[in-house]
Ligand binder design. Structure first.
Ligand code: R2B
Ligand code: URA
Length: 370
């Protein structure tokens, strides 16, 4: 396999700079990084760096669950322009998001082509690319999103993507918030309320800090429109390994606690600042942070767990709710692209602009609302 120009990972590993202890030196690329005072682990040009010297030595790297490979595909050509990686649980939601973001950023596919699930042949995850946006499903729970993150982070590395931003767009159970409320996570905690992702590696317990980007939280929150007919709140999100007993539900196949015990627990979570419960946040926060990638989580609450356990909102209502995080994220992407002067060039692709003068007026109008 072609080695990268400077064999950076391997040489740094040989020089004892392999970052096993997390004390790596890093670049501040000035792209408004903010991770609680720590530097971000990336190359000086913003491209993603791997904390694994083995990848350089491999003949090819097969991203098995994405049905892609560094030997079989020109990953840089295919994905080099990716700036936003948006992920959510289901293939359908992420297909819908791909279509939605396509119209939001005015991206036009070449005539005669249509959006394709790039990872269709993996039969595991679905992935769609809309210009600088990758929309990918991660399945349910920690193991599923963990596998996806390993492969997507390697994909960013092989493709030499610069400063990618990862955003999880999900669903959750709210704590003390109405169904339909949008929640931006500022702290991801596990079932013991620790801001860590704990796993077992080679028979040892390893904990990684589950940190999200504080500036992304503020930027996303600022894009809530006062006219939105729902609330957008910021708070702690708890990650569980199970939907039923793990989230204190009384309606699973098993339940060894009383309703009083359940309520006591949920109230304790609320008093600690937990606003929602889902099943991926600590892994998502920890692995993106470990990779030096800025990341955020935006979920919609499907119910208020202080009021019940069953998800029984009508499908049509729930479908509308699920678009809410997508709207917020699309505002963020539009704003980011507009600030970088890239929105216009996307919109001009494939001759979609009939009148540059009218286009400019419309763009100015919409930018004024961002
Ligand atoms: C939210 O919803 C799913 C469980 O229904 C899970 O993936 C999550 O985090
Ligand atoms: N997803 C969860 O993990 N929990 C809920 O209560 C709803 C959606």
């Amino acid at each position: 396999m072609e080695r990268r120009d400077d064999d950076r990972n391997l040489d740094e590993y040989k020089n004892g700079n392999n970052c096993k202890n997390g004390t790596d030196r890093v670049v501040d690329d000035g792209d408004n990084e903010e991770t609680n005072g720590e530097s971000i682990y990336r190359y000086s040009d913003g491209s993603v760096r791997l904390r694994n010297p083995n990848i350089e030595l491999m003949d090819q790297d097969i991203l098995y669950h994405l049905a892609l490979g560094s030997g079989s595909h020109d990953l840089q050509e295919m994905f080099g322009d990716v700036k936003f990686v948006c992920m959510g649980g289901t293939p359908k939601r992420m297909e819908n998001f791909a279509h939605f973001i396509m119209s939001e950023i005015g991206y036009k596919l070449p005539p005669g082509t249509q959006l394709q699930d790039i990872s269709a042949f993996s039969y595991r995850y679905s992935m769609y690319k809309v210009g600088p946006v990758l929309s990918v499903s991660h399945g349910m729970g920690v193991p599923s999103i963990g596998i996806l993150l390993h492969e997507i982070i390697k994909l960013m590395y092989h493709a030499k993507c610069k400063d990618p931003i990862f955003i999880r767009i999900g669903t959750c159970g709210g704590i003390g918030v109405e169904g339909g409320t949008v929640i931006i996570t500022d702290d991801a905690v596990d079932g013991l309320l620790r801001s860590t992702y704990e796993m077992t590696i080679l028979g040892k317990i390893v904990q990684r800090p589950a940190k999200l980007d504080a500036k992304l939280v503020r930027d996303l929150k600022s894009l809530h429109d006062l006219e939105d007919p729902y609330e957008t709140v910021v708070g702690k999100t708890m990650c569980t390994y199970d939907f039923y007993e793990g989230q204190g539900r009384l309606d699973g196949a098993f339940c060894d606690f009383t309703e009083n015990e359940k309520m006591e627990y949920l109230e304790k979570l609320r008093d600690f600042g937990v606003v929602n419960i889902e099943m991926e946040c600590t892994t998502f926060a920890a692995l993106t942070h470990h990779a030096g990638i800025r990341a955020a989580i935006v979920c919609v609450a499907l119910l208020d767990r202080l009021k019940g356990d069953q998800v029984n909102t009508p499908k049509e209502v729930m479908n509308e709710w699920q678009i809410r995080p997508q709207i917020l994220v699309s505002r963020f992407i539009r704003k980011h692209l507009a600030q970088q002067g890239k929105l216009k060039s996307l919109m001009q692709q494939h001759g979609s602009i009939r009148s540059p003068r009218r286009f400019k007026l419309v763009q100015q109008e919409s930018e004024a609302h961002e």
